[in-house]
Each structure stands twice: as C-alpha cells, then as structure tokens.
Ligand binder design. Structure first.
Ligand SMILES: *Cc1c(COP(=O)(O)O)cnc(C)c1O
Length: 386
C-alpha cells in the first residue's frame, strides 16, 4: 500500500485497486477461516482467521494510518477495545480514569477493580489539583475521554499525556467522539487510541466494533498477542462494512459539524434552553483547548431544556425527524436523554454530582438537511414550552 499524505486520501483510497487476483477496485472481503500453505513448511502471510485476516487487517491499517500509530487491533466492540488496553495491567497497578467517562467504561473499570485486577481512581481531569494528586500515586495507565459524554467537557491531551509520561504512566485516549478526522491523540503524546468503531468510523449505525491503535510497535505486538490469545478480534464481514463506512468519514463529519454548529447557535439563542454544551461555542469552558487540539468541534452537543422532565417528554414526543435512541455518529440524527437512558444506571445523586440533570438532552447530528433538522427542533421547542 502506498503512503498517502492527506488523511482524506488515506480514508478514501487505502487498499483501493490493490487486488492482484482480478483487479477488483474495492478490496475483496475474505471470509475464509483458514489459508492454504503454499507447500510443506511454507506458510503464506495468512494462516488462520483468528490470528490474521486480510479484510480485518486492511481496516486496521487504514485506521492506524489515520491515527498516526504503529498499527491497530480490530476487536468486536468499543468495550472490547477498552478492555484490551486494560489487559496490560497487573494487580497493584493504578488506573486513573475520568469521573465522567463513558458508562460502559465506568462499569468495566469498577468490575475489574472489584476483582483485584488493578487499583482505580476516578478524577475530574479538568481539575489540576485532583489530577496532580492522582499522578502523585504513580499510575500505570491514565485514561482520557475528550470531549466527554454527555457534557462535552474538554481536557488538554498534550498536557495530561506529558505529565503521565513523567510519572511513568501510559496514556490511552478514547477518541470515539471526534474520530481521527478531528483529533489525533498520538500526535499529542498518547500511547494508545481507543475507538468504538460503532460510531463515527463506521458511521452508518449497522456494525458494532472497536479498535485499539498503539503508537509503539512493541505495545502493538503485546496487545495483538493478547487479542489473539483471548480471541476478541472483530469479524471480517464487520471489517468490510466498517471500511466502506470509513471511506466517507471526512465528508460526513465535516458536513455534520457544520449542522451541529448551526443547531448549537439556534439552541443558545432560545430562552427555553438553559444551557448548551458544544465546544464550538465561544462560551464553552473548553473552547480554547478544543480550538488548539481539534481540527473541528465535532457533531455532538448536549443542551438543557427549561422545565425538566416534563418539558423533555413533550420535546421528544414532538420530534418527527430526530430519533430517540442510544448511540451516536451515524448519518441519522439521534437524541438521547441521559438521565433515563445512557446514565440511568448511575443513580440520581451521582448524576446530579456529574451535572447530568433531568432536563439534559444529547444530540448526535446526522446528515439530514440543516433546515429540516432546525424546523424539527423548533417545533419540539415550542411543544416543550406549552
Ligand atoms: C459507544 C462508546 C464506547 C463503547 O463502544 P461499543 O462499541 O458500544 O462497545 C466506548 N467509548 C465511547 C466514548 C463510546 O461512545
């Protein structure tokens, strides 16, 4: 595969027209679980599907190039990707994770801590003193998620990664919310990048998958061995679909974030909306960091409706185009109510502490016409205030 420079070109063209058997322009899907030896004691580059598969490897190669890493391991879900990074930890190691990390990650970390696999400290990584106290305990791994879910808090990857490195910790960044089109954590000092490819990378809400990109070859090899041992690698068919989705990543997210910015401004100007959380707004507390470390502000936002749960119900029931559903990053606009959906398991008190109120709604902006989305949201805002 040639070494393309522009990331847009890598996404669109990596592996295209490389088929030697028939000249297929689109890389063929390889479903075979096993590969014939060329002769006795003559293995080919592929032997067995759990270990390696050309369709899966092409997707991994493309994502690794986009993230600027040594390689990627494609696994069955975003959670499997988080867990693969955690597999390197030993009893007594400390993990420092954001207090407002993805709900599944929060539960996985707690479950592994409870089984004695490692020690764990949740901190507000935007709070310098809290982060310093955690780093003083010499963690083995610092996990970062920026922007966070659902309040879109932004932290400085370069600053945290360099402080983590100074105490001997590896840094892993969950880059699911922005994708490599808008944020490249390895260039900012991260050792690992985690993706739920279910979201923007596939982008069509029809494949659950995950990826870990490692900056260093040695780390990559170790994770790859572990993924092979535990058998968590993703399916070739999923890899094929995800690569098809990834071809249009840049075109999708660039359009989606324009619409998201327009929606954020509409909501911010509306008296029925108490707060809008979108890093692209100058009023967002993380705006300056986002501007410096991101190539765009993304297509995720959340906002707080006046009138609490009653207004939320009226708003959601009035929507015609926007769909109430979990997940993000697809071509269709989805809305979620964190208090009753993604963050219901947290309990009311913990939600309150994290700033997740009953009036908060999260929007993943899709590719519908901006005017249609705005009309739908305006109708719902009027219904919410009735
Ligand atoms: C969805 C998500 C995950 C988990 O990914 P799955 O593919 O659902 O397992 C992890 N981190 C973030 C930020 C996510 O949005």
């Amino acid at each position: 595969m040639s070494n393309f420079k522009a990331p847009q070109t890598i996404a669109a063209a990596n592996g295209i027209a490389a088929d030697t058997a028939f000249g297929a322009v689109v890389p063929p899907i390889h479903l075979s679980t096993t590969f014939a030896f060329a002769g006795f004691e003559q293995p080919r580059s592929y032997e067995y599907g759990r270990v390696g598969n050309p369709s899966r490897d092409l997707l991994g190669d493309t994502i690794a190039k986009l993230e600027g890493g040594a390689g990627a391991i494609m696994v069955a879900s975003g959670m499997a990707a988080v867990d693969l990074v955690l597999s390197r930890l030993r009893p007594g190691d400390l993990v420092v994770a954001p207090h407002d990390c993805y709900g599944g990650t929060y539960r996985l970390l707690g479950a592994r801590r409870d089984r004695g696999h490692f020690d764990l400290s949740f901190v507000d990584q935007g709070n310098g003193a809290a982060l310093s106290a955690a780093l003083d305990r010499k963690p083995a791994l610092v996990l970062i998620e920026t922007p966070s879910n659902p309040l879109m808090r932004v932290v400085d990857i370069r600053a945290i990664a360099s402080r983590a490195k100074a105490v001997g910790a590896k840094t892993a960044v969950d880059n699911t919310f922005l994708s490599p089109a808008l944020q490249r954590p390895i260039a900012l000092g991260a050792d690992y990048v985690i993706h739920s490819t279910t979201k923007y990378l596939n982008g069509h809400s029809d494949v659950v998958g995950g990826a870990v990109v490692a900056a260093d070859k040695a780390d990559l090899d170790e994770l790859s061995d572990w993924a092979n041992l535990t058998g968590v690698k993703g399916a070739p068919f999923d890899a094929y679909l995800t690569l098809r989705g990834l071809r249009t990543l840049f075109a999708r997210i660039e359009r989606q974030q324009l619409t998201a910015a327009a929606i954020a401004e509409l909501l911010q100007a509306d008296p029925r909306v108490l707060a809008v959380h979108y890093p692209g707004l100058a009023s967002h507390p993380g705006h300056a960091i986002a501007r410096a470390q991101q190539a765009g502000f993304g297509a995720m936002l959340s906002f707080e409706l006046a009138g609490g749960i009653k207004a939320v119900r009226r708003f959601v029931e009035a929507l015609q185009l926007v769909t109430l559903a979990d997940s993000i990053g697809g071509v269709e606009t989805l809305i979620a109510h964190p208090a009753s959906m993604t963050h219901a398991g947290m309990g009311a008190e913990a939600r309150q502490a994290a700033g997740i109120t009953d009036g908060l709604l999260r929007l993943s902006v899709g590719l519908e016409a901006e005017a249609d989305l705005i009309a739908d949201l305006k109708t719902a805002l009027a219904a919410a205030a009735d």
